[in-house]
Structure formats: C-alpha cells, structure tokens
Design a protein around this ligand. Structure first.
Ligand code: GLN
Length: 248
C-alpha cells in the first residue's frame, strides 16, 4: 500500500515564529525523497480540527498574545487532542506551542495564560529572556550519526516538569536555565524551545518524526538513507560557533 502522510500545522498565521513551519517543509521533502506521499494541512483559527485526520501535528512558537489566542481556541478540542496523544499521535511543539501543552504560562504580571494541560507542566516568565544558540544531547542519541540537536532559543518562560526531557543542555539554557533539561519527549510528543527552524539542521530528528508518523498510521517505518552532507555541515557549523567540541 502506498504510504501517505498528512502533516497538520495548527494556526500557521499565529504560530510560526522564527520560521517554525520550515520544520514541515523538511518533513515533506524528506518524505517525498523516499517516495512517501505527503501533504501539509494548515488549520487556521476558526476551522474545525479533526485529529483523526492528522498523522503528525506541528504547534509552533508565537508571542504571548498569540499563545493566549491559540490556547483559548484549542481548549474546546482538549479531550480530542488528549485522546490522540494517548493513541501516540506524533506532535512537535515549539516554544510557545510547547508551553501550551502544560497547565499555564504565568506572565510577569502574575496573570496566567491557561494551557491545555495535556502534560503536568508549568511555565513562569522570568526576569531575563533566555536567548541564543543552543546545543543539547538528545536522549534518543542512538537515532543518527550525531547525538546532538542544535538550534536557537528565545523565551521568557521557564518550564518545569518531571517527564524525560528531549535532551540535556550542552550549551544554552533549555527549559529553565537551571536544571539543564531541554524540552520534553513523552509518548509521541516532542516539545522543545529550539527554533531556527529545528529540523533542517537536525535530520536525525526529522527522520525520527517521520518514522513515528508512519508507525502511527500503521505503515512500515523503513526509510531509505539520504545524502545529508549539507545538513550535517550546517549542524556542525552551529556546534563550532558555540565551541562545542563533542560532535559524536
Ligand atoms: N511565551 C513565550 C515566551 O516564553 C513565547 C516565546 C516563543 O514562542 N518564542 O517568551
């Protein structure tokens, strides 16, 4: 049976900070290069969301204002979203989108932007924004030729949770600048503060997400090798700029 994947982008007009939708372009082209039929399905504010039709969901980053609008909109779909996640729906949630998976994001004023409470996780805005390039060691470090994930972060929020993180911070801030954890990796969820977008410089994570989506749809998750020399050079360039020497 021909393999077909639908990559859903929730609210591209609001959640696309630092070109987060570039993540979907990477998934699309890496799927197509393997002969997998794929399409991006943008769901704009006010459109009906049917999680059964999604093989993968992207929740990108946004400003506090945009985050609050999206939080309100998604609340009506909370149970559907939760069911899909319990069933293993692959989800990439970046920065503001990542914060939305938790209970709330507390603004500097003390006001709380409600999250979807899909995870036991809270975020509070701190004094100084956490900005810069970041390198982490991915907990699934057996997934490719490099153990690291690289990119850029810019967030005021400090996130706390007890789930396995996406990785351990090698350089940068991560979830809160204190516990050296970055992101979350739980069921099909990959949550992260890494923008940039994340996937062009991290092809091993891109393939991991494609495999998850294929498995979720009941297809074989075998993927042909691609020539990723350029992608790895870009990855290595970030490590070099940050003077991270471990490039295993
Ligand atoms: N509310 C977020 C913050 O902590 C949004 C940031 C983002 O998505 N880049 O600043």
């Amino acid at each position: 049976m021909a393999r077909t994947l639908r990559f859903v982008h929730l609210f591209p007009e609001l959640l696309n900070l630092y070109a987060d939708q570039g993540n979907l372009s990477v998934l699309m082209s890496r799927a197509k290069l393997r002969g997998i039929d794929a399409e991006i399905v943008p769901i704009k504010l006010g459109m009906k969301i049917d999680f059964d039709q999604a093989d993968f969901v992207l929740l990108g980053g946004g400003s506090d204002r945009e985050q609050a609008i999206v939080g309100k909109e998604l609340l009506a779909y909370r149970q559907d979203f939760l069911n899909a996640i319990d069933g293993g729906l692959p989800l990439l949630a970046v920065c503001g989108g990542y914060q939305l998976l938790g209970e709330y994001y507390e603004l500097p004023t003390g006001e709380k932007v409600p999250g979807l409470h899909l995870l036991e996780m809270t975020t509070r805005a701190g004094g100084q924004r956490l900005i810069g390039n970041i390198a982490i060691e991915w907990i699934k470090s057996d997934q490719g030729p490099k153990k690291t994930l690289v990119g850029f972060e810019n967030h005021g929020g400090r996130t706390i949770h007890d789930y396995p993180p996406l990785g351990t911070v090698v350089k940068g801030y991560g979830n809160n600048g204190v516990d050296r954890k970055e992101g979350v990796q739980y069921k099909g969820i990959v949550g992260t503060y890494i923008h940039g977008p994340l996937l062009p410089k991290n092809p091993h994570l891109a393939d991991y997400l494609i495999k998850n989506a294929l498995r979720y749809r009941g297809f074989t998750d075998e993927l042909d090798e691609l020539d990723d020399q350029l992608e790895w050079r870009a990855h290595q360039r970030v490590l070099d700029r940050m003077q991270v020497t471990q490039s295993h």
